[in-house]
Structures are given as C-alpha cells and as structure tokens.
Design a protein around this ligand. Structure first.
Ligand SMILES: Cc1cc2nc3c(=O)[nH]c(=O)nc-3n(C[C@H](O)[C@H](O)[C@H](O)COP(=O)(O)OP(=O)(O)OC[C@H]3O[C@@H](n4cnc5c(N)ncnc54)[C@H](O)[C@@H]3O)c2cc1C
Length: 524
C-alpha cells in the first residue's frame, strides 16, 4: 500500500536533538491546518500538533458550506463576503473531489420576497466575479415546488434560486494533513501542547505530551502559532498569564434527517427565522443537515451538547416550511459545535452580531494566535498568519503557494452519488486493497456503504487511532446516523486492534467509549 504513515517513525522526528522547526502550529482544525499547509508551501519546516484527533473540535461540526455568506451581505459586511467568495472559488478549484456546487432555494410567501432576494443575490453573484458559480434566478411557485417537493405549498408565491458550495469538513482536514506531508511537513494527532518554551522572555518552542504513551517533549521553533479554536485563551495564558480573554464561544447545532424531508438535490434556505438568523436544510451524503443556532456559551467544551430549546427551535422552524415535518424520532444525529468568535475588547455584542472575520493577535513574548474566521476562508487565514509569523521570526521572505495548490486527493468530475467518492484520487488505493484481498470488501454498513478496506486505509494513510476517529471523522457515520455507527463499533474495533497491535481489553474499552459518546448524538 502506498502512502503509509507510521506513527512511531513520525514521532521519532520529535526526538531529533538540536532541531529547531521554522514554524510550530498548535491545533489541528481548519485554522491550524491552513497555517501549517501555507508555511510548508513556502518551504518552511513545519510541525502541527493536535491534542486529540484532527477536527475533533469545531472543524468537524460545521454546516458543511463553502460560502460567501448571504447573511453577512445582509449585515453589510462586504469585505468579508468578497474574501469568502474568492476563497470559495479557489477551494472549489483546488479540491474538486470534496467541494461541489450546491443550489439553494429561498421559498417566498410574501409579494416582496422574490424581487427583494433576487436583487440581493444578483449582487452576491456579481461580487464573485469570474469565480462565480451560477446566476440567481426568480422562480414561480410551481417551479419552487418542483425544486423542493416537500415545501409547504399554502400561500407559496414563488422562490429564488442561488448557488454556493458544499463540502465535507473532516474529510478536507484529512486531505490537508496529507497535503502537509506531501510538502514535507509533519502533523501529529494525540500530542498535547502543555506549555511554551521561552528564551529571554521570547517564546522559543513548545512543551508537549504524546497522549498514548505519556512521553514528554521539548520542541524548539522560530515561531509558534496558536490555532486552538475555543481554547486559544488557555494557550495565550501560557505566554502571558495576565492576558484578557479574546474568544467568545457561540454554540450552533445541527440535526441530520432522512433525505425524504427535501426529496431532491436542492437545498432549502430560510433567510430570516424568528431569532433573526438563517436556517439551512442541505443535502449531504444522502441525508439532510438542518441548522443552525447561535447560543453564547461561557466555557469552551470539546464535546458541547445541544440544548433542548435549540433542538425544538430547529424542528419547529423547519416544520413551518415543510409539508412532511421532521419530528424528534426522525433525527438520525444531532451535533453541536462552538464558534471561536473573536470578540472586540469590552464588547457586549450578541454572538450573532460578532463578525465572522478572522483575527490575529500577538502576545507578549511573540506567540501568534489565529482565531475567528470560517472554514471557507481557512487558506487566506493561513496565508495572513504565516506572512506575519515569518516576518516576526526573521525567516527568509517567501510567498505563499497555496492559492493554486491542489489538495491531496484532487480529482475532477467525481460522482457524489457514488460510495467513497470523497477519497478522490485515493479511491483507487481502496479498490486495490479489495482486489488484493477480497475480505477487504466486507460490508460493515449497508446503510452507510462502509467496507473493511476503509478502516485499514484510515489507519494506514489517514492517521486514525481510535474507533471514534474512524466512525466520526474518516467516514462520518457518527453525524450521518449515530445509531448505525454504534452498531458498527464492535465490528470496527477488532479490525483496528489487529492492525494497531492492541489487545481485547483495548477493543472493549474502545467500543464502550464510542457507545457512550455516540449516545449523546441521539435524541432520546
Ligand atoms: C455551528 C457551526 C456551523 C459552521 N458552519 C460553517 C460553514 O458552513 N462554513 C464555514 O466556512 N464555516 C462554518 N463554521 C465555522 C468553522 O467551522 C470554524 O470557524 C472553524 O472550524 C474553526 O476552526 P479552528 O481550527 O479555529 O478551531 P477547531 O476546529 O476547534 O480546532 C482547534 C483544535 O485545537 C486543538 N487543541 C486545543 N488545545 C490544544 C493543545 N493544548 N494542544 C494541541 N491541540 C490543542 C483542539 O483539540 C482542536 O482540534 C461553522 C461553525 C459552527 C460552530
């Protein structure tokens, strides 16, 4: 098998004595991966450390949209929308196996709605310039219903169709890790940064602990970037215990339901809900993702839990627009994520009013923190933070090479209806595994179309270390159908145990831990 990443030999690279990395990035979500890939694309020696698994935090819990943000346009944040539309176009070009065009329909029940949104969305299209996807068009009531067969018809006057893109957040992250390796960088999951090294009061590296063995490392770097999402304040305080908090966590949840609640390939967009947000229902891997909410939280949490009111709000709002309404028993999975919003100093703003733009903060001692932003703009965020870090660290100036950098797995013309399309060019390796050993074709889930070869590939080439890594972030079973993923866990654990050289006790503990976790994604 090509492209095997042996953990032991990767960890050995942390032990190379006397080595100083150009850049160390803390955090393996969208922000950290964007920064690390950008640094490596310039030829800087780059190390990324993630405490848990890549995208264990917010970056696996998005609405799965690569978008300019119609809502931000309505708020008048033109520069953010322009930047996001540019990045949308670039990401679609660089990762066509994961980022696909998605049409959205706004259903209209008042006389002014069709002309109003057609005008606004035409401006949105124009802002995308030559990176645009398609023109927004007004629709009659009949055509709106043809596009969204389950839409409530009573008083329906028409609709507006516009375009954005859709993606798979954790799969993109896996491919970014592989891109980093392709560029001679190094990324390790399950390595926690526990402190910062200092030299003459300047940050000169990190203290880290490998989570599987408990071994400690002291790793030197010319620049250290803190991209730890809602946890950035903890790392900032390692550099400066007196520093004020910069992040306001804001929770958003999603419900995943059967595709019969849309009955088509087009997405539903409700531009103004009762709490002044937007609501999306978007087809995703043969299901529908419905969300989201915006609830301010006081604490960072790795496994945030959906509040009952959030669930009720989404079901109630979606139900107002759908003929066949989803109920609690229709929910296949509920997942919550925390936006690491960069709150302006002393701000009393509600979280939904805080800009989704990114922020770069320099602490005393030279630690550089990257926060806020969106998955859509992760590349630009990476470029901006590395521009600054390279300058501050006195690295030889080199231009970012990520604008046109093909992301690992790049393949044009994928059929998103086919199982395993998301592997892009790596899909061939999975087919080769099955060809070399027909046992690898064993089906682990008919419903989710998962086979044994995917488990092996996830460990060999995608750094999966636990049953959760595989089910939650390599094949998305946790978010697509939590109950089915619980059923799969006892079949996945022995396959992983054999490959990773673990015993029966490990297997049992893995299944128990996974079942406990996944039960929280079910509505009881
Ligand atoms: C509900 C919701 C919907 C969204 N929808 C969209 C969308 O559709 N499109 C879009 O573009 N954006 C969307 N976003 C925004 C986007 O998901 C986030 O901006 C982005 O994922 C944040 O990434 P991050 O890397 O900053 O944080 P995270 O993904 O949380 O990554 C931080 C990582 O740092 C690690 N870490 C923490 N402490 C340490 C340590 N000491 N050592 C090592 N590692 C550490 C954590 O384990 C974590 O994995 C959405 C966000 C939410 C919450």
């Amino acid at each position: 098998m090509e492209a095997i990443l042996h953990r032991d030999s990767l960890i050995k690279k942390l032990e190379e004595t006397g080595r100083t990395w150009d850049i160390i990035v803390i955090g393996g979500g969208a922000s950290g991966l964007g920064a690390a890939v950008d640094a490596a694309s310039r030829g800087y020696s780059t190390l990324l450390l993630e405490e848990h698994d890549f995208t264990k935090g917010t970056s696996s819990r998005s609405t799965k949209l690569v978008h300019g943000g119609v809502r931000y346009l309505a708020q008048g944040n033109v520069s953010l929308v322009l930047e996001a539309l540019r990045e949308r176009g670039r990401l679609k070009k660089n990762a066509p196996h994961l980022v696909t065009d998605q049409s959205f329909i706004i259903p209209c029940y008042t006389w002014w709605c069709v002309p109003f949104y057609t005008t606004g969305l035409t401006l949105y299209d124009l802002m995308a310039g030559r990176l645009g996807i398609g023109r927004s068009v007004p629709l009659s009531a009949k055509r709106t219903q043809g596009s969204l067969p389950n839409i409530k018809q009573e008083k329906l006057r028409g609709g507006v169709r516009y375009f954005d893109c859709q993606f798979d957040d954790s799969r993109l992250a896996v491919n970014l890790v592989q891109t980093l390796f392709d560029l001679d960088g190094l990324a390790l999951n399950y390595v926690k940064v526990t402190g910062l090294l200092k030299d003459n009061a300047q940050v000169s590296g990190v203290v880290a602990r490998e989570q599987e063995t408990g071994r400690g490392y002291r790793i030197a770097a010319r620049a250290v970037i803190n991209a730890t999402g809602v946890f950035v304040d903890r790392v900032i305080k390692m550099a400066d215990p007196q520093a004020r908090d910069v992040v306001k966590p804001s929770q958003g949840i999603h419900l995943v339901v059967d595709k019969k609640f849309l009955k088509g390939e087009e997405a539903l967009m409700i531009p103004k809900t009762s709490d002044g947000r937007v609501l999306f229902a978007v087809p995703w891997h043969n299901r529908v993702v419905v969300g989201t909410t915006d609830v301010e939280k006081q604490h960072a949490d790795l496994e945030p839990v959906a509040e009952e009111e959030e669930v009720d709000y989404i079901l109630e709002t979606a139900g107002r627009f759908l003929a066949e309404k989803p109920g609690r028993s229709d929910v296949l999975s509920v997942f919550a994520g925390l936006r690491p919003l960069a709150a302006p100093s002393g701000s009393k703003a509600k979280t939904k009013e805080i800009s989704r733009g990114h922020k770069i903060i320099e602490s005393d001692g030279g630690l550089i923190t990257l926060t806020g932003g969106k998955w859509t703009t992760y590349r630009k965020m990476g470029e901006d933070v590395i521009d600054l870090a390279a300058r501050r660290a006195g690295l030889p100036p080199r231009k970012s090479a990520t604008r046109n950098l093909r992301i690992h797995g790049y393949r044009e013309g994928v059929n998103v209806g086919a199982p395993r399309y998301w592997y892009g060019s790596d899909e061939r390796a999975i087919r080769d595994l099955v060809q070399s050993d027909p046992g690898m074709g064993e089906v682990l889930s008919e419903k989710l179309q998962v086979i044994k070869a995917q488990v092996i590939w996830a460990m060999a080439a995608e750094m999966a270390r636990t049953v959760e890594d595989f089910l939650a972030r390599r094949v998305r079973a946790l978010q697509l159908d939590a109950a089915e993923s619980i059923r799969m866990a006892p079949d996945v654990a022995p396959i992983m145990a054999r490959w990773l050289n673990k015993d029966k006790k490990w297997e049992k503990a893995q299944v128990e831990a996974y079942t406990t976790l996944a039960s929280r994604y079910l509505l009881t």
